[in-house]
Design a protein around this ligand. Structure first.
Ligand SMILES: Cc1ncc(COP(=O)(O)O)c(C=O)c1O
Length: 401
């Protein structure tokens, strides 16, 4: 359905889907590994119960990844888990038999010698790889798309990585990094997959499940009826969807996948209706830099096309609204500092619950006073200059008709 602010496609999830790579046991393995990293703490689950009532819902929870390891985003969970698995493979060990302190030991460093990890990123994933390489006393090389924010470049460099800001979009920067990896014998650690490159993205997606499992555990007996999850390539959304199928079984929540309009490759793939992933090309221009990806991750897409309930492509101002809503909560609710890619679920939920034009979608998704919505604020203010422009000075308001 094509509308002014958002486009959406409803999908009918298949019954009895199973995703063994994203099982509860795999999530527990990832969580066990992450919990051994010094400084690990589950990130908070913010509660917006009063906002929920204002919007006619039962409850809203937001998992706040701005607290993740002091890195301001969830992404490190994936990169660190992939890097750890690579090291274990080289060491001939099982990850379940070792812990983080062993991987960073002088003995392991000596055994492995010099290694270089390379990746392309719009910010958060690269910071995670740089952070992991720094901890392991190894090297990281990071390629970024054109227009990358200075603060995001700096935060990656602060972990000792070499950063190249290219004049390419995200997907072309990935190809360039992959060529460099082949040329130099470096380890390509990418959060998307292609034919012949699946093992590492699978590990990355498994690493994300620590965040999802934490959220489900923090909710304890409260079961979400709806999950809004934002997508770039769809690795995160695939991991969320994959785990909840097993975790909640027949009672699995409705999953709504949200993307920026100019980079809505999963929406485009759902629209094509042939089951294949379809790319969006061009500049992928959006304020949601972490979601500015034009080519779906085929692993994520295969899960989402079977099990997600709705694909939504949205205008940028809704992300800015989400940032404003979270940073200025209803009295008594928790406050959340969200970067541009973190709060789009809230921006979209506001529209669906409060704009009569979206009544049909609200009803189709069964969003009502019995609904408990879970979202993931996947980043804090990773571009503080833009954060203030948006939250303090009202940049990116809804365009006047
Ligand atoms: C903050 C943030 N949220 C969400 C995503 C989306 O993840 P994915 O590309 O796996 O869809 C990203 C990706 O970089 C991100 O940085």
């Amino acid at each position: 359905m094509c509308k002014k602010d958002i486009d959406y496609i409803l999908n009918c999830p298949v019954k009895n889907a199973a995703y063994p790579v994203f099982s509860r046991e795999e999530a527990e393995n990832a969580m066990r590994f992450h919990s051994g990293i010094p400084g690990y703490e589950p990130t908070p689950l913010a509660h917006l119960g009063r906002l929920a009532k204002v919007w006619g819902l039962d409850d809203i929870y937001v998992k706040d990844e701005s607290y993740r390891f002091g890195l301001n985003a969830f992404k490190v969970l994936g990169g660190s888990y992939a890097v750890a698995n690579i090291l274990c493979e080289r060491l001939g060990k099982k990850l379940t038999d070792i812990d983080f302190s062993y991987l960073v030991s002088a003995e392991v460093r000596e055994q492995l010698g010099d290694m270089t990890f390379i990746t392309a990123t719009d910010g958060n994933h690269g910071r995670g790889i740089a952070w992991a390489a720094e901890k392991l006393k190894q090297n990281a090389v990071v390629y970024m798309p054109k227009g990358s924010a200075a603060a995001r470049v700096k935060s990656i460099e602060s972990h000792g990585a070499t950063v190249h800001v290219t004049d390419l979009n995200y997907d072309d920067a990935v190809r360039l990094a992959n060529d460099e990896a082949d040329k130099n014998g470096w380890f390509m650690i990418q959060d998307t997959s292609w034919e012949g490159y699946e093992k590492i993205p699978n590990w990355i997606m498994q690493g994300y499940m620590t965040m999802v499992l934490e959220a489900f555990q923090e909710m304890a007996t409260v079961k979400p009826t709806h999950i809004f999850i934002q997508a770039g390539v769809g690795a995160l959304a695939g991991a969320v969807q994959g785990l909840l199928v097993e975790y909640y079984g027949d009672d699995a929540p409705v999953v709504v996948v949200v993307e920026p309009r100019k980079a809505a490759c999963l929406y485009r793939s759902a629209e094509a209706g042939d089951g294949q992933p379809h790319a969006v090309t061009g500049d992928l221009e959006t304020i949601m830099a972490g979601l500015a990806c034009g080519e779906p991750n085929p692993i994520g897409w295969d899960i989402l096309k079977q099990s997600a309930s709705c694909f939504v492509s949205v205008e940028d101002y809704l992300a800015a609204n989400g940032m404003r809503i979270l940073s200025c909560p209803v009295l008594g609710d928790d406050r959340i500092i969200a970067g541009e890619s973190g709060p789009i679920g809230i921006g979209v939920l506001d529209l669906i619950m409060n704009d009569a034009e979206y009544q049909e979608l609200k009803e189709a998704l069964k969003l009502n006073s019995d609904s408990t919505v879970l979202m993931f604020n996947t980043e804090g203010n990773t571009d503080p200059v833009n954060f203030r422009e948006i939250v303090w000075y009202g940049k990116y308001l809804k365009p006047k008709p």
